[in-house]
Design a protein around this ligand. Structure first.
Ligand code: CP
Ligand code: NVA
Length: 336
């Protein structure tokens, strides 16, 4: 029997395959309730703190709307609004927030911060992204894969780009736990850390899936059901633009790469935000600085029939709802 109540959601490796599958299926259920307009107030009367040291569109919006749909009250506490990181420690912040809020979301730099929040607050803490992991993203991502293919086992996901960031780490480990074949396709200097590869390989052995780490694009994407990419420069490493463009240009998702999978029904995922050659100030800035208009994905691929990134983004809300309701809610599953 799975026990979620009172637990924090800090990293995927803290959960079993069955528990992760449960969260994906619970997300599907909550999505259906939302679409049918059936109330699902699992968190009636609860207060939720949303702590953000880094910027966010999806995670903030998803936690806010999910909390409200669940009957809770969300409160946004940005880095410029509170004392944390300036004159107050994580421990003291955790003790105070834990005495007033029933659950805490944290997005920031250090995994240690989110762990300390969980240790000292006494309430469930949900990791909304650190430098190391992006676990709430994973429930949305694999929900999107499952919705698309009707299953997870035996699916092959090729992540192309920066193999050392939070999203790559999370995909590597979560896919392996879930029995999804996972490939990290990136230059050797951006291969995942060895201990994460070892961890993934252990999980994959248990689940019967395969782990491939390669710098060869053709080999890495062949027969992939899912192509996934993320920004080449993550939050906090903005000084690395020039070096990453140099290293990662061969790993851009474009229509040639889509065809190289050999799969007509291949889907494209991107956790977003994305750099692509859309006419925005942001796009123009990249063009001006680096003489290119597209980075990790071309606009053609981004807008092709293969692309699923906007369903994936919507799924952040349904899956964050499932994570909050499972760990903090009074669980009973209403009949649809
Ligand atoms: N995918 C994701 O976490 O997006 P935000 O940074 O906008 O929250
Ligand atoms: N790797 C990206 C993910 C953003 C959702 C970053 O950390 O900036």
């Amino acid at each position: 029997k799975q026990v979620f109540q009172g637990r924090s959601f800090l990293a995927e490796k803290d959960f079993t395959k069955e528990e992760l599958v449960y969260l994906i299926e619970f997300s599907e259920h909550l999505k259906l309730l939302k679409k049918k307009g059936i109330p699902h107030h699992y968190l009636e009367g609860k207060n939720i703190a949303l702590l953000f040291e880094k910027a966010s569109t999806r995670t903030r919006a998803a936690f806010t709307t999910a909390a409200i749909d669940l009957g809770a009250h969300p409160e946004y506490l940005g880095k410029d609004d509170i004392q944390l990181g300036k004159k107050e420690s994580v421990e003291d912040t955790a003790r105070v927030l834990g005495s007033m809020f029933d659950g805490i979301e944290f997005r920031g730099f250090s995994q240690r911060s989110v762990e300390q929040l969980a240790e000292f607050s006494g309430v469930p803490v949900w990791n909304g992204l650190t430098d190391e992991w992006h676990p709430t993203q994973m429930i949305a991502d694999f929900l999107t894969v499952k919705e698309n293919f009707g299953r997870l086992e035996g699916i092959t996901l090729a992540y192309v780009g920066d193999g050392r960031n939070n999203v790559a780490n999370s995909l590597l480990v979560t896919a392996a736990i879930l029995g999804v074949n996972i490939r990290i396709v990136s230059p050797k200097s951006l291969f995942p850390e060895q201990h994460l590869i070892d961890m993934a390989q252990e999980y994959a052995e248990e689940a019967g899936s395969e782990v491939m780490i390669t710098d060869e694009v053709a080999k890495g994407v062949k027969n992939a059901d899912v192509l996934y990419t993320d920004v080449w420069v993550s939050m906090g490493e903005e000084d690395k633009f020039a070096e990453r463009i140099e290293l990662l240009t061969p790993y851009q998702i474009n229509m040639e790469m889509v065809r190289a999978t050999g799969k007509e029904d291949v889907i494209i995922l991107h956790c977003l935000p994305a750099f692509h050659d859309v006419e925005t100030d942001y796009g123009k800035q990249v063009e001006k600085d680096h003489h290119i208009t597209a980075m990790e994905i071309t606009d053609e691929a981004f807008r092709s029939p293969h692309a699923r990134q906007f369903v994936q983004a919507e799924n952040r809300m349904h899956s964050i709802k499932a994570i909050m309701a499972a760990t903090l809610g009074n669980l009973f599953i209403p009949k649809v």
